[in-house]
Ligand binder design. Sequence first.
Ligand code: PHE
Length: 378
Amino acid sequence: MRTRNLLVLVLVGAMLALSACGGGGSKTLKVAILAPLSGNVATFGQSTRDGATLAIEEWNAKGGVLGKQIQPVVEDSQCNAEAAVSAANKVIDQDGVKFIIGEVCSSASIPISEVAMAKGVLQISPTSTNPSVTVGEDGKTKSLIFRACFIDPFQGQVAAKFALEDLKAKTAAVLLDQGNDYVRGLAEFFRDSFEAGGGKVVVWETYTGEDNDFSAILSKVKDANPDILYVPDYYSKVNLIAAQAREKGITATMMGGDGWDSEDLDRTVTDGAYFTNHYSGDDPRPIVQDWIKKYKDKYGSEPDALATLAYDAANILFTAMEKAGTDDPAKVAAAMEGMEFDVVSGHITYDSKHNPVKPAVILQIKDGEIHFVKTIAP
Ligand code: PHE
């Protein structure tokens, strides 16, 4: 009996030692989550962290990835280029991560992608929609950079199509922060599609990220009296612009993009407005309803698109790692390129530019609630 116990002990000890040094030497796999956790768009970062964390906990409960427990390394990359670059360097150089989930904002994800490519790290952005995240200035796809969302040429086209066909709009005013890659890109893609479809952009006015008084440009909107006021910025700016537009008596239907998705969007000043987004909680597919329940049980609120796409991005990454059978970023990237994923926000395959091909939804703010209007497929 005694010898048997001893034998069991020795065996268990050997197994523990093996698992501790197996597969490259460490028993955990570090994955960075880079997101804006403070500042103007803090709800984006919090949702992203929460969505990715839930996926990590689920994988760890099933035994982890490649037999290792996933250890998240979370950094506040603040939705801006400078903070994002130092966060990326920190997690790579100090923590030794080879995989980054993030950022949310395109202006932060684009510089992170440069760092990741230079250092051989795989990046998957859950929600950055600007084309330049995955494609370089030379037009070539960045081999290690992916995303879990559609891109803005499609998002702008969806908004323009809805304005023209469903709202029967003929004219639009577009206000944009020229220094923000996401906002400028989406504004341009909307304009191009709206005009290609026979509409006319009668006001095109820029502002900067520091501006908070929009009365001069809103006076031009008031004078032009367009059918649509398109403001493809993040919720904190949208709240200011929408409030000031109301004060001016502007009656145009407001529209925007995924950057409106926040529990802090002011639903009073944006009442009646529409925005394009990645996902709707009204989607009856079981995978969506299961996800909402899991998220609510853990966090006590409904997941927004940011939480959902972060969950999806983490699942895409871990599934590809399992398929590749290694944590070599280049091999994981090669596996990911050819795979199909059934995730909460839809069925994903990657095109040659590492962009998922998937539908968008139109949502409307009405009487303090967000209503699903329709889905528009590519
Ligand atoms: N698409 C935005 C960007 O690229 C980020 C975002 C996505 C914000 C989804 C809110 C919701 O900057």
